[in-house]
Design a protein around this ligand. Structure first.
Ligand code: ADP
Length: 559
């Protein structure tokens, strides 16, 4: 039975499309936010890397200034002694102002033929002076002075800057162009050979009586740490001397972890004093983790929460709208069926009354007239009972709905209630053989129940057995256990399909028999079930289509 049945629809039809659209919108926004964050990161990376490049160029300019200043110092005097140079460097307050400069030095070209005379001259002030390492080069470019004249720097005195390829290349460039030049990666000779540090040397040259040069030597690590102010950079920087990144050309690595295959980097090439440098930048681990995923994750979570909320709200709204319209439809259907059910017996009563009125005056024989009255009154009584039951059922339904269906228990005997019900229904039993059900009475069938309600249960099962029993025999059996009393009502009628065995106890369920024209509201078994539950009992059905049904009620003697 469709009307007023519990709504079985769900939010699937309405809610899921809303959720799907919400999810798609969320994904779109998440993607958009991811792309924005990534591009913002690229911009920031670009900006930060530019700042770093500027810092490097600015500092290198300062070092060049220093070299030019040194050249000026040399040009201003005819001959500069080691002492004067030491004094000059001391005045520069290098330790305080430029602790990153490992050494500032001065060197000259010495042709191989001039070496002995050159050595003689220098050994007057520095007895242990020598040119090293020994090479077959025609021209040598030994370091003459080197300050601060500390233990480490003393090791480099006399070192021939042309004896090593990268120094030679940078120095040649300085002589050739007259401009400041910087070397590729070198290892400073000041350092212990077992602990080499990558370094850089900045050269400037000029031609006096012979070609001369000045230079500042740096340990790359100290140089760049100073340039970056020892600060925590937002980026990780790797600096390579040359155009190809490799461990050989790597001169500085900010985080100390070389990442040769990292594709997530920004590369920038710069040219400093005639030398190419490659800088690789990547967001530092902390910045990367924070920025790239945080915002999209937040957008996704918030978006999905909203999508679910809208899904719920939309689902609930749609559900209540649908439930409301279904309820209205069911109410109209119920009113139409209930009116029909009430009208049928009323019309019959009206017909009987008219027939009595019309025919009674025509019948002269008083016995025949009495019989006519009696017949019509019997019929009217049956119809009135049917009407009464319908109205009672409808009242009970409203009582059950408002939890007002109450029971007044007393000690009663099931067999007695059964007898009274059979007696009351005797006219309706006329359709079955023997005009009465076959009853097998059990013993000890008393219990504490609401007599009126148990009568209602039995009456309902008996009238159903008559209605759906196809005029075949009806058997009623009562029995008992020490704690329970059972009553079963068996007919041999149309039977009930298995899929309805549970459903027939629902409100307004008619097990699909509407079309067969057997009248009813689908309320009787529902009310019966409720009453039995109020007594703590059970009701079950055994039935096969076309073979009949047996309804079994079991009640505890005291509940
Ligand atoms: P109604 O008889 O007014 O339809 P009920 O609640 O008493 O309402 O019964 C519900 C449905 O259960 C009936 O419509 C009918 O399909 C089925 N039914 C009840 N009793 C029997 C029976 N004895 N034999 C076959 N079907 C039955």
């Amino acid at each position: 039975m469709a009307f007023l049945k519990k709504s079985k629809h769900n939010t699937l039809f309405y809610g899921w499309p809303v959720l799907l659209v919400g999810t798609l919108i969320t994904c779109a926004f998440t993607y958009y936010s991811y792309v924005s964050v990534v591009s913002e990161n690229h911009l920031r990376l670009d900006y930060d890397s530019d700042e770093i490049v500027k810092q490097i160029e600015y500092k290198m300019n300062q070092y060049e200034e220093l070299l030019l200043q040194t050249r000026g110092f040399f040009l201003s005097s005819h001959e500069v002694t080691r002492k004067e140079f030491a004094h000059y460097v001391e005045n520069l307050s290098m330790k305080e102002r430029h602790p990153e400069i490992q050494a500032i030095g001065f060197g000259v070209r010495v042709k191989s033929t001039e070496v002995p005379a050159y050595l003689d001259g220098l050994r007057k002030t520095i007895p242990s002076y020598n040119i090293w390492p020994e090479t077959l080069n025609e021209e040598k470019y030994p370091i003459v002075y080197l300050e601060p004249f500390d233990e480490q720097n003393q090791r480099a005195i006399g070192y021939d800057s042309f004896s090593e390829r990268n120094r030679r290349e940078a120095l040649s460039r300085a002589f050739k162009t007259g401009q400041t030049s910087i070397s590729k990666k070198v290892y400073l000779v000041q350092d212990d050979i077992r602990l080499p540090h990558p370094g850089l040397i900045l050269y400037h040259s000029f031609i006096n009586s012979v070609p001369e040069y000045f230079f500042t030597a740096f340990r790359a690590e100290t140089l760049f740490r100073t340039i970056f102010n020892g600060k925590e950079l937002p980026l990780d920087v790797e600096i390579f001397a040359g155009t190809t990144p490799s461990t050989e050309s790597l001169i500085y690595d900010h985080d100390g972890k070389f990442h040769p295959d990292d594709r997530n980097t920004l590369e920038k090439s710069i040219k400093l004093y005639g030398q190419d440098f490659l800088l690789k930048f990547r967001p530092s681990a902390a910045t990367k983790n924070k920025s790239v995923y945080k915002a999209p994750v937040i957008v996704f979570v918030i978006g999905m929460v909203f999508a679910f909320l809208i899904f719920r709200i939309f689902g609930i709204t749609k559900k209540s709208q649908t439930e409301l319209s279904e309820a209205l439809e069911s109410r109209d259907e119920f009113i139409s069926i209930a009116s029909h059910e009430l009208k049928t017996p009323l019309t019959a009563i009206k017909l009987h009354t008219q027939m009595v009125k019309r025919n009674a005056s025509k019948i002269e024989d008083s016995d025949a007239r009495r019989k006519l009255y009696a017949d019509h009154i019997d019929h009217t009584e049956i119809l009135s009972q049917r009407l009464e039951r319908l109205v009672d059922d409808m009242l009970d339904i409203s009582r059950i709905k408002t939890a007002r269906l109450s029971v007044f228990k007393e000690l009663v005997d099931m067999n007695n209630i059964l007898d009274e019900a059979i007696q009351r229904l005797k006219d309706q039993f006329r359709v079955i053989p023997g005009a009465k059900p076959v009853v097998n009475y059990g013993i000890n069938t008393t219990g504490i129940w609401d007599k009126h309600r148990i009568d209602q249960v039995i009456t309902n099962l008996l009238t159903n057995a008559i209605k759906y029993g196809e005029g075949k025999a009806i058997e009623v059996t009562t029995s008992s256990t020490p704690t329970t009393v059972k009553i079963s009502v068996k007919d041999h009628g149309i039977g009930i399909a298995p899929e309805f065995h549970d459903k027939i106890f629902d409100r307004f369920e008619r097990a699909g028999i509407n079309s067969r024209g057997i009248s009813g509201l689908g309320l009787g078994l529902y009310i019966t079930h409720q009453i039995i539950q109020l007594h703590g009992g059970t009701i079950t059905v055994e039935s096969k289509v076309g073979e009949g049904s047996t309804f079994i009620v079991e009640l505890p003697k005291t509940s």
